[in-house]
Design a protein around this ligand. Structure first.
Ligand SMILES: Nc1ncnc2c1ncn2[C@@H]1O[C@H](COP(=O)(O)OP(=O)(O)OP(=O)(O)O)[C@@H](O)[C@H]1O
Ligand SMILES: Cc1ncc(CO)c(N)n1
Length: 268
């Protein structure tokens, strides 16, 4: 069985972070592991509290995973401080981790800040160069590229700039565009658009976490990056299209939209 590791924060409401990652990897038939960077007290309406892991405890989690079940791919999500970013970068280099997907999580869908302002530099210089692909949404790409984005051409310019500066492929996500859900992959000096049909579902909590975990799962299975992204977008469309409606705010997606096992029969 292929294996994947999520290095991310816990979302108590189960829609984003570690919980979304484990659901996504499991739905892809990939064995999921975790190294938790922070606990968040969170629901569909927002984040009320955050408790960071200590650098030493994050380091211990990464040692425990890498010295036993080596992951075929690694997804990195919420990491709030530069100290924790440095621990991750050092451990991934030490163990020679493969197929690293960096989701540069900065702000939750609900608007809460998840990355300290002074940690942006560490994210850029320590994590992005380790990434096979980084997956910023438009506001995150604006911060990483240090330029405003208001058109598809701007997305191309920003993705190219981030890719060139930090030596990684860049998937700039268009979920924040009100018209489309088109994402741009910039890799080896050229861009490729992945057209998405916008699904009229306000319950988009955890879309970014889910997409990056789906890409990591597909890379773990041996797909090339383009195929991994194309299939991950299909997965997001299926999970959003299932129209789950939980909670009072922006609810989570349904990761079980395509599972037809015996155990699922009475789940409704
Ligand atoms: N309403 C939608 N219909 C179809 N696809 C969508 C929709 N919203 C987002 N997506 C897709 O979901 C993926 C995640 O994009 P998005 O821009 O929402 O990420 P994000 O802002 O990082 O997510 P998060 O809300 O978890 O922080 C992208 O592939 C995007 O195109
Ligand atoms: C723990 C966590 N990671 C990432 C996000 C981004 O959606 C979130 N809301 N919570």
């Amino acid at each position: 069985m292929k294996t994947a590791l999520s290095i991310a924060g816990s979302d108590s409401s189960g829609g984003a972070g570690i919980q979304a990652d484990i659901k996504t990897m499991s739905a892809h038939g990939v064995y999921a592991m975790s190294a938790i960077t922070a606990l968040t007290a969170q629901n569909t309406t927002g984040v009320t509290d955050i408790l960071d892991s200590t650098p030493a405890f994050l380091s211990a989690q990464l040692d425990a995973v890498f010295t036993d079940i080596f992951p075929d791919a690694v997804k990195i999500g919420m990491v709030s401080s530069s100290e924790l970013i440095s621990v991750i970068a050092q451990k991934l280099r030490q163990y020679g981790a493969q197929h690293i997907v960096v989701d540069p999580v900065m702000v939750a869908t609900s608007g809460s800040r998840l990355l300290q302002e002074n940690a942006v530099q560490a994210l850029k210089t320590e994590l992005l160069p380790l990434a096979e692909v980084a997956t910023p949404n438009i506001p995150e790409a604006e911060i990483l590229a240090e330029m405003p984005i208001s058109s598809p051409e701007d997305m191309e310019r920003a993705a190219e700039l981030i890719s060139r500066r930090y030596h990684c492929a860049v998937l700039c996500k268009g979920g924040h565009d009100l018209n489309d859900a088109n994402d741009l992959l910039w890799k080896d000096g050229t861009g490729h658009w992945f057209k998405g049909r916008r699904i009229n579902n306000p319950n988009t909590h955890g879309t970014g976490c889910t997409l990056s975990s789906a890409i990591a799962s597909n890379l773990a299975k041996g797909m090339d990056l383009e195929e991994a992204v194309r299939r991950a977008k299909d997965y997001i469309s299926g999970a959003l299209g299932a129209m789950l409606d939980l909670g009072r705010g922006r609810g989570p997606m349904n990761h079980l939209f395509d599972l037809k096992s015996e155990y699922m029969k009475e789940a409704e």
